[in-house]
Ligand binder design. Structure first.
Ligand code: GLC
Length: 668
């Protein structure tokens, strides 16, 4: 059951697709608190959800703010990341109440989940205008499913988007891109996409191409497509200010950029220097901005990533001026005192993504001026919506790859997400494992983190261990920042065979992974989920933070610590362990339920098949187009004489005829 409560004058966010009647009685489970709601938590209560947020699968013992933030330092001390996913799934102790809470609000929501007081959960919205949904059901899985139905079907990318994407902030020329493709094919490492970061643009201006460095992007795209490799260019939220730029000119003439109180367009600097920001909350602006993607779809481009759309602001000219004036006032001082020095440093630190800047510009919603910070979390997701709706016009009936950095619940219907600028560290590999079930619970099925890590220098063992988890994530992209150590998989020459085998394993598992993804999207079921979803009465399963169930039949238990040669694994029931070195080379063993320490060498993956389950496996392929889904091997965990069938999903992978009955095939 879902109950909808409404308070004040809620802003229509577009998060839900079902219009429920507004309930009149008391809100169940929660009690009113000063400015919000509170709940007393049982000692063993578990709180799932919040999507893209710091810390573990269980959000208890920390505080959070949904406030979409360009956060370049991911870590335990943070309160916000790039997405606003205000859904909590609470199990208040073993055998206790189990319910979901969705706070439909476009601004900041503050959560204190046992941070101030270990046994108290509190939350409140920044303004008293919001809708509150309370979901009840049999267990965690039932509630998660009801929530997904409430918010509508998750975005489905083309099938090739389940292949490997190679990316780097630093592919500066056509030759760089061709070389990446050549190396992957030469080294027989499967690959389906190469992402193009901002260097392909002219002066980092959206919808332009630098003709010196990419003289014929259409030819490049065609040539690579002939090798089954798609180019996936980036589009940033900010439009470079340049009187000769058509998008800039047009947006200005039409009055489509966000404005300051005085009616002048708001200006802040991002990668291209000073930029304007389209008012994505207006339908006509979404339509206009989206249409610009034709400049690239006309060249044969079929996929995009939308970035910097919180929106990230490096600085506003006003704030930078203040800083420079302050610096000038210190220039001739013989002794700059500590408070002046730290005052200066403080001003530098506060330049980026400043709350004052977010409070200094406005959107126009149905003729009303709304200050940006009040609806901040809707911005990036509406950029995704702009692009997605444009693709329906530009490429009717076809699927287009789209993933975004910023998002809110609702934008999961228009695109996937990647998990932003992580770091090449073991902690971030664990964070990737823990983020996946929570973002998927909030509708973002097509998701993944920058494999090997974005900032900082990776190492071959971290890259390999990360791939051993990444090979299960729907978006599998290796991406890194400029100035970091090269981390394309072919760079690790000594370990190349191990990387190749892990990439091959991904492709071999695609009949299963793609089918499970499609089931999750079409039937509102989970892809990744915490163990407690399927074993709600198992007190040990509830505490597991580093193993995930994956689709109907698998459990993964990645190794995520440096120099580890094995790990502890908890089995809620007996399962078959496959210790895989490649799709052909593995040991298998039936393990009893309980706690195990399992050896796992650097080139091995621990994969568990649940009882009664079948996993269809294809021969390795160099790209998704070459997957042979007719000749399958079946991995299974069946007892003697037991029969089972696997519901496999196969389609053209390109069109949107998802619902056709013939897309399902019974494999046994
Ligand atoms: C942002 C993105 C990152 C990208 C960089 C340059 O930091 O999160 O993925 O490489 O901008 O465009």
């Amino acid at each position: 059951m879902i109950q909808r409560f409404s308070f004040g004058r809620p802003f229509p966010t577009g998060s839900v697709v079902e219009t429920l009647p507004i309930a009149t009685g008391d809100v169940p489970f929660l009690t009113p608190d000063e400015s919000g709601w509170k709940l007393t938590l049982a000692e063993d209560a578990v709180v799932y959800g919040l999507g893209e947020m710091p810390r573990g699968i269980n959000k208890r013992s920390w505080h959070y703010i949904t406030n979409n933030t360009d956060e370049s330092h991911h870590g335990e001390d943070k309160l916000s990341y790039y997405g606003a996913h205000n859904f909590l799934l609470i199990r208040n102790g073993l055998g206790g109440d189990c319910f979901g809470v969705f706070i439909d609000f476009p601004g900041k929501v503050y959560y204190d989940i046992g941070y101030s007081e270990h046994d108290v959960l509190r939350f409140h919205t920044e303004e008293p205008n919001y809708e509150l949904y309370i979901l009840t059901g049999k267990n965690e899985a039932a509630i998660a499913k009801a929530f997904r139905k409430l918010i509508g079907r998750s975005y489905i990318p083309p099938k090739w988007a389940f292949g490997l994407a190679q990316s780097r902030f630093g592919y500066k020329t056509e030759a760089d891109v061709r070389e990446i493709a050549r190396q992957y094919r030469k080294n027989q490492l499967p690959l389906d996409m190469i992402c193009m970061d901002i260097d392909y643009m002219q002066d980092y201006a959206d919808f332009t191409v630098n003709k010196d460095r990419f003289p014929d992007l259409k030819k490049l795209s065609d040539d690579l497509k002939a090798q089954n490799i798609r180019l996936v260019p980036i589009i940033d939220a900010g439009i470079r200010i340049n009187p000769n730029d058509k998008a800039c000119q047009e947006g200005l003439e039409k009055g489509y950029f966000c404005k300051k109180a005085d009616g002048k367009p708001f200006v802040a600097a991002v990668w291209p220097g000073k930029a304007y920001f389209a008012d994505f909350l207006r339908p006509e602006v979404r339509e206009w901005f989206g249409s610009w993607y034709h400049t690239l779809t006309d060249l044969g481009i079929e996929g995009f990533w939308n970035d910097m759309n919180e929106p990230a602001l490096f600085y506003s000219p006003e704030r930078l001026r203040e800083l420079l004036d302050y610096a000038a006032s210190l220039r001739n001082k013989d002794n700059i005192e500590h408070h002046e020095f730290f005052g200066f440093v403080g001003k530098v630190m506060k330049l980026m993504n400043s709350p004052e800047d977010y409070a200094s510009f406005y959107h126009e919603v149905n003729g009303e001026k709304i200050r940006h910070d009040r609806v901040h979390n809707l911005y990036g997701g509406n950029m995704t919506r702009a692009a997605s709706e444009a693709f329906d016009r530009l490429r009717p009936g076809k699927r287009t790859l789209l993933y975004s950095r910023s998002s809110f619940i609702g934008s999961h219907r228009y695109g996937g997400i990647w998990l932003g600028d992580n770091h090449s560290s073991w902690a971030q590999l664990l964070a990737n494992i823990q983020l996946m079930p929570n973002v998927q619970m909030c509708g973002f099925l097509y998701a993944g983190a920058d494999l090997c890590g974005f900032d900082g220098d990776t190492t071959s063992d971290l890259a390999l261990r990360w791939l051993e988890f990444g090979l299960f994530t729907p978006l599998m992209r290796n991406h890194s920042s400029s100035g970091t150590r090269d981390q394309e998989y072919f760079r690790f020459t000594k370990e190349l065979p191990a990387f190749r085998k892990m990439l091959e394993l991904r492709y071999a598992l695609l009949p299963y992974l793609y089918s499970e993804f499609m089931k999750a999207a079409l039937e509102s079921t989970p892809y990744f989920r915490p163990l407690a979803f399927d074993y709600p009465d198992d007190s040990d399963a509830r505490t597991v933070e580093d193993q995930l169930l994956l689709g109907e039949g698998l459990m993964v238990a990645p190794v995520y610590t440096q120099n580890a040669v094995g790990r502890h694994v908890y089995l809620p029931e007996s399962m078959k362990l496959l210790r895989l070195r490649s799709v052909e080379d593995y040991d298998e063993e039936i393990l009893p339920a309980g706690h195990h320490y399992l050896p796992c060498a650097l080139n091995e993956v621990l994969l568990f098949i649940r009882p009664g389950c079948i996993v269809p496996v294809a021969a390795p392929a160099e790209c998704t187009a070459q997957l042979d889904e007719e000749h399958l091997t079946l991995w299974s965990n069946l007892s003697a004489g037991q029969k089972a069938v696997y519901r496999m999903y196969t389609d053209d992978g390109e069109t949107k005829t998802y619902e056709k009955a013939e897309n399902w095939r019974m494999v046994e």
